[in-house]
Design a protein around this ligand. Structure first.
Ligand code: ATP
Ligand code: MG
Length: 399
């Protein structure tokens, strides 16, 4: 077993020794069977939350009303969730009632897809009452039970289905797909934050073009923030041959270039973190400069290497050019005489001291002037050189 499981086995054993059952469940078992990297291991147990807290000395209540206790051990932190059933999905999203139970099979039954309804015990034995292993083998995404029931209970599952298509390249089983198409409007009941988590995983997947086609065919895209009117944009993006070379951030940036709305407004609709919104908005601006006038030393400098790489990668994707431009730009960037204002050997204070003038907008203007001269190789970044150069400039200005 991978070490991520090995490390957690002592926890399963301790729960078993206390007289309860405990299993690895969900994505970790699926990804293990697929030979994919495992994010985190979720543990499900017949013990009630209070009983888990009696077994482990260090715990935190992170979602105790849903049966989840965080157990803190030397090897890491583990979410341990009591077997449960859910009922009464009056609003197409969260269950009205969560009931703790002692049966593994009933816990697996409430899960979304057969490939996600697998459990594995401390000995590595797999429990698979809904034939998830067969579906994994055939690369099929199938709901546990009747798709229309499962999508009406929680409409987010439809977007999750497409997200898994994107990550795994599987096909939606025909009746699951049909039901998804006929229930897509129910996604409107789901909170933006939950949609965003799935969408973000979706646009980073290796099979994202396939997922985007499914968003279109199922009309699920109409329920996504800022995308209801963007059918053509999604279609164009899905058709870009280099699409999967982009990481998640870069794919967001790509999206921004195909929709007409203001980047910041669009990203705010998704309620993304403000830092992320700022970054992408800035990159979008840099991309416009780069598209109009190419990379100057100044644009490289003001952008910073990370943004240069993101922007160029997206530029190449939009225009379907495969080149070594990013390597070249990285070299150019590294060869810049300064990388940021902190590296300047003069400060605003120096300028005020040299001239005897009070601070004001002129300080910033002068520093930018110095920066440009250094970047373009007119002078070197040496304090005395800069002082003399500025003196000379002001003298010739006066003449
Ligand atoms: P990832 O590797 O991206 O974390 P995951 O399958 O572990 O994928 P999670 O969102 O972490 O997905 O959920 C963990 C498990 O909980 C799933 O594998 C599934 O069994 C169950 N699950 C999650 N969301 C739902 C849902 N909306 N409806 C039913 N079961 C769900
Ligand atoms: Mg998970």
């Amino acid at each position: 077993l991978p070490t991520i499981f090995q490390d957690a086995i002592p926890l399963l054993k301790r729960i078993e020794q206390a007289g309860f059952q405990a299993y690895f469940v969900g994505g970790s078992v699926r990804d293990y069977l697929l030979g994919r990297p495992i994010n985190d291991v979720d543990i499900a147990t017949s013990a009630y939350p209070g009983e888990i807290k009696d077994i482990f000395p260090r715990t935190a209540d992170i979602g105790i009303e849903h049966g989840t206790v965080l157990v803190i051990e030397e090897t890491g932190e583990y979410e341990i969730t009591t077997f449960r059933t859910e009922s009464g999905y009056g609003d197409y999203r969260r269950p009205d009632k969560v009931e703790f139970i002692r049966s593994l099979e009933d816990d697996l039954r409430r899960r979304d897809f057969t490939m996600n309804s697998l459990a594995m015990d401390a000995e590595g034995v797999i429990y698979d009452p809904f034939e998830g292993q067969a579906d994994i083998k055939h690369k099929i995404i199938r709901t546990v039970g009747k798709p229309s029931d499962r999508f009406s209970e929680d409409a987010l599952r439809m977007l999750r289905g497409i997200r898994f298509v994107s990550q795994l390249g599987f096909e939606l089983e025909p009746s699951t797909l049909m039901s998804l198409k006929s229930h897509s409007s129910l996604l409107s009941h789901i909170a933006v934050e939950r949609k965003a988590m799935e969408f973000e995983k979706m646009i980073g997947g290796d099979f994202r073009e396939k997922a985007m086609q499914l968003l279109l065919h199922s009309t699920l895209f109409k329920q996504l923030p800022g995308l209801a009117e963007q059918k053509e944009a999604i279609q164009e993006i899905a058709g870009l041959p280099m699409l999967k070379r982009l990481n998640t951030d870069q794919t967001w940036l790509l999206l921004l270039t195909y929709i007409n709305d203001s980047p910041a407004e669009f990203l705010r609709l998704w309620k993304l973190p403000s830092k992320m919104i700022k970054e992408r908005t800035k990159e979008k601006q840099i991309l416009s400069f780069r598209t109009k006038g190419g990379w100057s030393k100044e644009l490289l400098y003001y952008s910073g290497l990370q943004r240069v790489c993101n922007v160029e990668k997206v530029y190449e994707c939009i225009h379907s050019i495969s080149s070594s431009a990013i390597d070249e730009l990285t070299k150019d960037y590294k060869a810049l005489p300064i990388k940021n204002r902190q590296e300047l050997t003069v400060t605003g204070n120096d300028l005020m001291k040299w001239t005897g003038r009070k601070g004001g907008p002129w300080v910033k203007v002068t520093l930018e002037y110095v920066e440009k001269a250094i970047l373009n190789g007119e002078i070197i970044n040496d304090q005395e050189t800069i002082r003399r150069w500025l003196e000379k400039c002001s003298r010739s200005e006066k003449n």
